[in-house]
Design a protein around this ligand. Structure first.
Ligand SMILES: NC(=O)C1=CN([C@@H]2O[C@H](COP(=O)(O)OP(=O)(O)OC[C@H]3O[C@@H](n4cnc5c(N)ncnc54)[C@H](OP(=O)(O)O)[C@@H]3O)[C@@H](O)[C@H]2O)[C@@H](O)CC1
Ligand SMILES: Nc1ncnc2c1ncn2[C@@H]1O[C@H](COP(=O)(O)OP(=O)(O)O)[C@@H](O)[C@H]1O
Ligand SMILES: [K+]
Length: 591
């Protein structure tokens, strides 16, 4: 977790504080689709700055370097005198060969029929040059390999054999020895259909299952480390989803990596859906592709970003301001006995820095709420007319509504009144269900709104879009959560934040970012009742502070995870807002 705390300081491929219209790009890393990666690669090759063969060499080299960095005990230098071919085997107690034998270093490289396989042949050669014992399997027809992969296949043949990876095959795990590495170079960004088990790939799954099964931990046969090149084979680079056969009887091949080494930028599939589960850990290796290509400038709205950290300048409160300069958020409360959700949201809005926060409470709930809040103010709001009246005060510049609001006609009228007031608004929970039930209400959404559905609410609001996301994908690239949220945002005409460990936030014009609570930012303790209500409050508070909807949603979602990480195990929703002071202090003291 300490690493995640330093993410702000890391600078690789960060777009710092780039302002576009009302959007602040903050600290973000690009997440490319397979087609975008191919376009960048093609542009670089066509410009003459690099050849495909050079990129493949750098990719293979990047994989080897990442293996050595991850497991320094495996790092050995190239054998002395090894020049692009078979490395000589120098004699003597300290020669690389002897070190390898002593350490029993061994790699099994599985190469596929495309350029991912080509990277595999480079890895095989580089490891062999370092004295490793390397076994190479090829799935597919060597005669049909694309040119660069073919060239590396032929280079490998000068130093080792290639076994056809086809037909009945059973690999006894006992052949794996200590310090073995299984390199998965079967499929990368070119996965077009499910990887099926035709009794050919089965042993990879067997191996993975064997490796992951608790009873085999510490078993007689040590587990090899599994390294995937670019993507864990079988996972779609665009969606992070596994592709499924239209024909159910097939078992799916499954590669679960310890380390995935990708090139230039992470792909969407590394952070969406089950991608993180299969990727293990993702390392991005620079292969020398141009950073600021014209193509990127022309396509920036289409490139999804990972939100890594907020622009702290925006979070700080400037000197000389007063409470109204930080906005006044109005949070709508539900009826008596159901006020907790709104109270938690209100507390979140205040802690995140709104100048003032008022709870709009039904008269019957006033005593209940008054007994439990102090800095948060109260207004009696019995119905939609009363709400409209309150909102005549222009100082209420942001509204949060939905948590435990109720689903009756009165609640629907409150949602309508809030939307008609045209304020920056975050709509969650019951407000989303009401929007899903009433097309006229839905049509009142405007560009200053943020919708924050979880999967169930998303399905209710956008059933056709959800169906596409939930149908088992039979071909790649598969429809992704990014595709779904972009489509939803366009339809709603406002920002949509679709919750989850891979929270996706999109604007109607296609700008999209992902707040990933995975890998070193995994925050499973956020799956607790009421944490979504706090997120509503965080967004409302930032909207009150003047953040644009997309930026408010991104920053709130990031801080939400940061608070969960700050608290750690045992988290309850109430704890989240109370972490903000610590989180802010740490962020704002960054140099
Ligand atoms: N772009 C870059 O900048 C760089 C890219 N590099 C590397 O190239 C990789 C992309 O290479 P790629 O485009 O050749 O695709 P790849 O993943 O090897 O697979 C394509 C082959 O697999 C086949 N196939 C697909 N699914 C299948 C299935 N389920 N079962 C069976 N077959 C299936 C498919 O067949 P087809 O669909 O054409 O019938 C085709 O033959 C990328 O991930 C990275 O590692 C680096 O070298 C450096 C720079
Ligand atoms: N496994 C998880 N990892 C990280 N964040 C999660 C996870 N599960 C849920 N969350 C986050 O917790 C919040 C839950 O919100 P929601 O489902 O609306 O809960 P509630 O209605 O109880 O408030 C969302 O922000 C979601 O992104
Ligand atoms: K792979």
């Amino acid at each position: 977790m300490a690493d995640s705390r330093n993410t702000i300081k890391k600078t690789s491929k960060r777009l710092k504080g780039v302002r576009n219209e009302n959007f602040v790009a903050e600290f973000m890393t690009e997440l490319l689709s397979a087609a975008q990666m191919r376009a960048i690669e093609q542009a670089a090759i066509e410009s003459g700055e690099v050849t495909g063969l050079e990129l493949m060499e750098r990719a293979g080299q990047g994989v080897v370097e990442a293996i050595f960095a991850e497991w320094p005990e495996l790092a050995v230098s190239p054998a002395a005198g090894g020049e692009g071919g078979v490395a000589p085997r120098p004699a003597g107690p300290d020669s690389p060969q002897d070190i390898c034998e002593q350490k029993k270093l061994r790699a099994v490289v599985l190469c596929g029929p495309g350029n991912n396989g080509g990277d595999g042949f480079v890895v095989a050669r580089l490891l062999k040059e370092r004295g490793w014992e390397v076994e190479v399997f090829l799935y597919g027809d060597a005669g049909k390999l694309p040119p660069d992969a073919k060239a590396n296949y032929e280079r490998w043949l000068e130093m080792g054999e290639v076994t056809e990876y086809d037909g009945e095959f059973w690999m006894d795990p006992s052949i794996y020895r200590e310090d073995s590495v299984l390199v998965d170079a079967l499929f990368g960004t070119g996965l077009t259909r499910p990887v099926e088990n035709f009794n050919a790939f089965g042993w990879v799954t067997q191996l993975t299952e064997w490796r992951l099964s608790p009873e085999n931990r510490g078993a007689a046969y040590p587990a090899p480390r599994v390294v995937s090149v670019d993507m864990p084979s079988g996972v779609c680079a665009d969606s992070g989803r596994r592709l499924y056969s239209a024909d159910p009887p097939f078992d799916l091949e499954e590669i679960s990596a310890d380390l995935t080494v990708t090139f230039h930028s992470k792909k969407l599939g590394h952070v969406l859906a089950v991608g993180p589960y299969y990727s293990g850990k993702v390392v991005v290796q620079d292969i020398g592709l141009c950073e600021d290509h014209e193509w990127r400038k022309a396509n920036w709205k289409q490139i999804a970003k990972q939100f890594d950290a907020p622009f702290v300048g925006l979070l700080a409160k400037g000197y000389g301001g007063h409470k109204y300069s930080h906005g006044h958020a109005l949070i709508l409360s539900g009826r008596p006995g159901r006020t907790g959700a709104a109270r938690m949201a209100a507390r979140g809005a205040l802690r995140i820095g709104a100048g003032l926060v008022t709870l709009a409470v039904p008269p019957a709930a006033q005593a209940e709420v008054a007994a439990q809040v102090t800095a948060i103010m109260l207004r009696r709001v019995g119905d939609a007319t009363a709400l409209t009246k309150v909102l005549e005060d222009a100082r209420f510049n942001a509204i949060g509504l939905g948590p435990a609001l109720g689903l009756d006609a009165g609640a629907a009228a409150l949602v309508a009144a809030a939307l008609e007031a045209g304020r920056a608004s975050v709509l969650d929970a019951d407000a989303l269900t009401l929007l899903a039930q009433d097309a006229a209400l839905f049509s009142k959404l405007h560009e200053n709104c943020v919708l924050t559905p979880h999967a169930g609410e998303f399905r209710r609001l956008f059933p056709d879009i959800a169906a596409k996301l939930e149908t088992a994908p039979v071909q790649g690239p598969a429809y992704s959560k990014v595709d779904a949220v972009r489509e939803a945002a366009k339809r709603a005409g406002c920002v949509v934040l679709f919750k989850g460990p891979d929270t996706v936030i999109a604007a109607p014009d296609g700008r999209c970012s992902i707040n990933s609570a995975q890998y070193e930012r995994a925050a499973p303790w956020l799956a607790t009742a009421g944490s979504g209500d706090v997120l509503t409050g965080f967004i409302a508070g930032l909207l009150a502070r003047g953040f644009a909807p997309q930026s408010a949603a991104e920053t709130a979602a990031w801080l939400h995870v940061e608070c969960a990480l700050e608290f750690g195990p045992g988290l309850m929703a109430e704890d989240l807002s109370e972490q903000l002071p610590k989180v802010f202090r740490r962020l704002l003291s960054q140099p």
